[in-house]
Ligand binder design. Sequence first.
Ligand code: HEC
Length: 155
Amino acid sequence: MKNVARLITATSVAAALTLGLGAGSTVHAFDEHEATIDYRQGVMRAIGGNVGAIAAVVVDGAEFGDNLEMHTSQLVALSQDIPGLFPEGSDFPDTDAKEEIWDDWERFEELSNDTLEAAEALHAAVEAGDEGEYAIRFRNLGQSCQACHDDFRRE
Ligand code: HEC
């Protein structure tokens, strides 16, 4: 429990720092989608943080296996509605989202759903303690992120 508490504290501090920096560098405070973009980038970073933490355990053997379920359940929750983070027109001002998202919305939803399903599959394996499945399901998850970034995120 102590580790979890420390992890949560560390995450909040990091988030507060990021927010502080973000606010300081804001130029287009009046832009309609700015807050939305900040929010979705924050969610994506949270997703990325959980994936990085899981990789440290599953791939590199960090001894935090007891925390895996926390990370996978967060991933499932955060991936629930990725398309909802991308309202039409939110390709401006400061974003790496490509315009193609709104030209190819169905594909974007499909790829988002692949990530949700991959996160659910990994979560199910962790809940069942089915360690033999962790590596492959984690890899599938990573590939699902990559597939969307390849098409819809600027380098
Ligand atoms: C359906 C598409 C899609 C999926 C699936 C997806 N992403 Fe993203 N991701 C994006 C887009 C688009 C951006 C750029 C958002 C922006 O800059 O406004 C992004 C940005 C990011 C960022 C950078 C956030 C920042 O600080 O600007 C990280 C980290 C990230 N994604 C991690 C992940 C991980 C890890 C997964 C899989 C578990 C994932 N993403 C799944 C589309 C996706």
